[in-house]
Design a protein around this ligand. Structure first.
Ligand SMILES: C[S@@+](CC[C@H](N)C(=O)[O-])C[C@H]1O[C@@H](n2cnc3c(N)ncnc32)[C@H](O)[C@@H]1O
Ligand SMILES: [Zn+2]
Length: 404
């Protein structure tokens, strides 16, 4: 390589990557994007979970699978799929950057995977389009781009076999979380909203966009797993061929209405907002909305459970953290859409903030569902209305709990 490199260990593999320290002048600079080939050590957890999800998928379908990673950078993800996931017959990795291609080839060789990992150097859409015919398609495609995965959705869906798995990363959180709503509407076809649960909305906007894109080809989606961290979201969905499947999945599209005055929110599983008064049923002020977006499940409980059972046997540095994330996600699968963030409510109404644990216990004693979402440690997913939450928080923040 004609740039400084070093060897890192991730999962079961060793990978030659750009020596990130050599490419930044100040500590505040974002090293991965300064290097000639992309490698982000902070995404190791994302890749660990990708390995887990792919293994779970492979066990579920119970056959040898062929995988494509069309935006591979130094190749770490695809190489890990070939090395760590049982039942992977072949992995096709690709990057448009010539230096990434050279580095990925060197990494395949270093891990002695030449027979099972093929490296290409072309535009991702061009590559995927060549695999869009029957018997050529992949079992799984992992799209891990800079920013939005949307430019690759059509070609990825067409290159995926019936029952195949698509994995998507989106790092363009500013549009998805409502900082740039117009960009989100343009790219994802739905309006975002700057609420305390904007990361959940981001996942639902991405899933909605995937469902709408797949529907154009008479394909339905089944979201099996998703998660969010500070700077990205990740979604895994199986696809099913057939116009009926597409229609079925489009039934999960709708809107989330939100009151910025009293925190009330509601969902509308309808193709449009026509017929809704646009007023908050709690305080009668004007509601804002997000959507159209996906109102269906964003994780399949069984799939998540299978992933969780496999963590122990994996060679991950952050096993405990992953186990914790999966436990939180599993617990929130059946809970209502959207969550409250207690700091926000207490801040607005001027109460001291009680502990999340205490609030969850209190809600449960009232026979309401209550669980902490993985999105936010101060969040609570519950059936309680905004008005009841407000009352509970107010009472809990007083010292005299007995009266309550
Ligand atoms: C976020 S990085 C990939 C990181 C990698 N998936 C990982 O897990 O480490 C995105 C990569 O996409 C590549 N890329 C950008 N546009 C592309 C295109 N049109 N076709 C193929 N690769 C592209 C970039 O060169 C970059 O290496
Ligand atoms: Zn209201």
């Amino acid at each position: 390589m004609d740039f400084p490199t070093e060897i890192v260990h991730e999962g079961k593999v060793k990978i030659l990557v750009p020596k990130l320290r050599a490419f930044v002048k100040t500590p505040s600079e974002y090293a991965p994007s300064k290097a000639p080939v992309f490698y982000n050590p902070l995404m190791e957890l994302n890749r660990d979970i990708a390995v887990l999800a792919l293994q779970t998928y492979q066990k579920t379908v119970n056959r040898k699978i062929v995988v494509c990673e069309p935006l591979a950078g130094c190749g770490v993800r695809g190489i890990r799929f070939a090395s760590e996931v049982e039942g992977v017959k072949k992995v096709l990795i690709n990057d448009i950057n010539e230096k990434a291609f050279q580095l990925a080839k060197a990494n395949v060789q270093m891990n002695k995977l030449n027979k099972r990992v093929i490296v290409k150097n072309e535009d991702a859409n061009r590559l995927l389009s060549r695999y869009g015919a029957p018997r050529k398609r992949f079992d799984a495609i992992d799209i891990d781009p800079f920013g939005s995965p949307v430019p690759y959705l059509d070609s990825a869906i067409r290159a995926l076999r019936d029952g195949g798995l698509i994995a998507l990363t989106a790092t363009d959180m500013a549009p998805l979380c409502g900082v740039y709503p117009k960009a989100c509407i343009r790219k994802y076809g739905g309006k975002p909203l700057r609420t305390e649960y904007c990361h959940e909305l981001a996942l639902r906007l991405l899933a909605g966009c995937l469902a709408a894109t797949a529907a154009k080809y008479d394909i339905g989606i089944n979201v099996v797993f998703s998660h969010s961290t500070n700077h990205y979201i990740r979604l895994y969905a199986e696809i099913a061929y057939g116009a009926k499947k597409a229609d079925e999945s489009l039934k999960n599209m709708g809107y989330i209405l939100h009151c910025f005055n009293c925190f009330h929110r509601e969902t509308l599983k309808t193709p449009s907002l026509i017929g809704h008064s646009g007023r908050c049923s709690e305080c009668n002020l004007k509601l804002d909305y997000a959507g159209p977006l996906w109102l269906g499940k964003v994780t399949d409980k069984k799939f998540c459970e299978l992933m969780k059972n496999k963590v122990e046997n994996m060679v991950f540095k952050q096993k405990e953290k992953i186990h914790k994330i999966l436990t939180l996600i599993k617990n929130e699968v059946d809970a209502p859409i959207t969550y409250y963030v207690i700091d926000r409510i207490c801040d607005k109404f001027g109460f001291p903030v009680p502990s999340v644990k205490k609030v969850i216990e209190t809600l449960k004693t009232k026979s309401l569902r209550a669980t902490q979402p993985h999105f936010n440690p101060k969040g609570i997913r519950t059936d309680a209305s905004a008005r009841s939450m407000n009352k509970i928080l107010q009472k809990l923040s007083q010292t005299d709990y007995d009266k309550f």
